[in-house]
Design a protein around this ligand. Structure first.
Ligand code: PHE
Length: 460
């Protein structure tokens, strides 16, 4: 049977592509995971290693995926087999990742919506009560409701389309996000708390702390930086291939990747300049050690409370910032799934959105119930005691994604050869100054890092 030909969506130009892709990259990982890792890994030491790795390892992986997308103009499920027939299975694995991540990303997005709303309507200070956050996430209805709100917004943007939905929203949300983060950073650096000034806290963040540095510790920092880059740049989940496939051929890929990296790394570094100094000023070094959700939903509201009246406004601005960052990321996850549905089953965009939304909603609601009716704890290989949400996160981030990235390096580095990507990059006669570096990265260094990320939990 002849399949219906559906016109492929596209971004209208480089700016739309860069902002949408930066929107995907800039997310919760930048705002909560990066500052925490920097504090844990000796401040400036981590920052330095991270930036170098972003410009080499991250650059190579991101450029590869975007170029695969633009070269094939296909969604991940077909793009890999288009490059090499034997790698069709890789397309299937890569396409499963966003379907695993999207539902639980929406749960966390829902938590952000809840806090943003509470702060906006003036109830922000209620959130500092002891046990508020755990009470909220373990309740029956509220987390599901807020998850549905967040998921609905993400799906609606994708439903509207790539150029009219994703691109238009990114063009508004991303500049707003940059203004908000800069404004909050400038304000927070002027504050003083019971434990000292924010500027003293800034020193902890920027000045490298080599105390107790051993080879093993240095190795641990390298692995932390590599895995953060991977997550932060939305690599190995089909997203960059999808967005790359919507990119006009005239776009200069190297220039765009540079701009995306500047946004992603810039926001991460500034997020650290907000989190670490403020938490230090109000709670001292222990506050900084809180990671993940508790940094965002427990430590920071306490800091806003301690700021007094003005803390209400900083709280609103802060949670609006986090919500913008999270929405543009979840939109990219949903779009990656939708592009697969359109390509694979020849469904229309609208039909794909409705079906995928229903499936994701069921997974998300079951995952929400993992905090109450389905509660159980499982100790994961990385030592984290987790519920359903943590298990999905572990499965995607620690197992499937490193495998997808590693096989992508093998496919491009050794089978299709780096030239296939380099030719795509230089298609309009662009200069590619990091060409040699790219080749070495994709053939040798990136695979080694990926194997280390994969193996680290077993020997660190
Ligand atoms: N890159 C995002 C971040 O830094 C994470 C993300 C994961 C985004 C999955 C989209 C999809 O938070």
């Amino acid at each position: 049977m002849e399949k219906k030909e559906i016109k492929r969506s596209s971004f209208t130009g480089s700016l739309g592509f860069v902002l949408a892709t930066a929107g995907s990259a800039v997310g919760l990982g930048n705002l909560w995971r990066f500052p925490y890792l920097a504090a844990k890994n000796g401040g400036g030491v981590f920052l330095f290693i991270y930036v170098i790795m972003a410009l080499t390892f991250g650059f190579a992986l991101m450029t590869t995926e975007i170029a695969i997308g633009r070269k094939t103009k296909l969604s991940p499920i077909k793009a890999y087999s288009n490059i090499n027939k034997k790698f069709g299975f890789l397309g299937i694995i890569a396409s499963i990742v966003p379907l695993i991540i999207f539902p639980y990303y929406c749960i966390i997005g829902g938590w952000v919506m809840k806090y943003m709303t509470e702060f906006t309507i003036g109830n922000g200070m209620d959130t500092v009560a002891e046990g508020y956050f755990s009470g909220f996430i373990t309740s029956n209805f509220s987390p599901i409701f807020w998850c549905a709100v967040f998921m609905g917004i993400s799906a609606l943007i994708v439903f509207i389309g790539v150029d009219k939905g994703i691109e238009k929203f990114s063009k508004v949300l991303m500049p707003a996000l940059f203004v908000l983060i800069l404004g909050i950073a400038i304000f927070t650096l002027t504050i003083k708390g019971p434990n000292g000034t924010a500027l003293e806290g800034l020193k902890i963040y920027f000045i490298p702390d080599f105390s107790g540095m051993t080879v093993g510790k240095f190795f641990g920092i390298l692995i932390d930086a590599a895995s953060q880059i991977f997550y932060s740049m939305s690599i190995a989940m089909g997203i960059m291939i999808t967005y790359g496939s919507y990119t006009p051929k005239e776009t200069n890929l190297v220039k765009s990747v540079n701009q995306i990296e500047i946004c992603d790394t810039g926001v991460a570094i500034i997020a650290g300049m907000i989190m670490i100094p403020t938490v230090f000023a109000f709670q001292g070094s222990e506050g900084i050690e809180a990671s993940g959700p508790s940094l965002l939903f427990v430590s920071l509201p306490k800091v806003f409370e301690a700021m007094g009246f003005v803390g209400n406004f900083v709280g609103v601005a802060f949670f609006v910032l986090v919500a913008f960052a999270a929405i543009t990321s979840s939109v990219s996850l949903f779009e990656a799934i939708i592009s697969v549905a359109i390509d694979k089953f020849s469904w229309s965009r609208k039909k794909s959105c409705v079906i995928v939304l229903i499936i994701s909603a069921v997974i998300a609601f079951l995952t929400c119930l993992g905090y109450n009716v389905f509660y159980f704890e499982l100790t994961l290989p990385n030592g984290v005691k987790g519920q359903i949400l943590d298990i999905l996160d572990y499965l995607a981030n620690n197992i499937i994604m490193p495998v997808v990235a590693l096989l992508t390096c093998i496919l491009i580095g050794w089978i299709a050869k780096p030239k296939s990507i380099i030719d795509e990059i230089k298609i309009n006669g662009e200069k590619f100054r990091r060409e040699k570096l790219y080749t070495v990265m994709i053939k040798f260094i990136a695979p080694v890092f990926l194997i280390l990320i994969f193996a680290a939990p077993f020997f660190v």
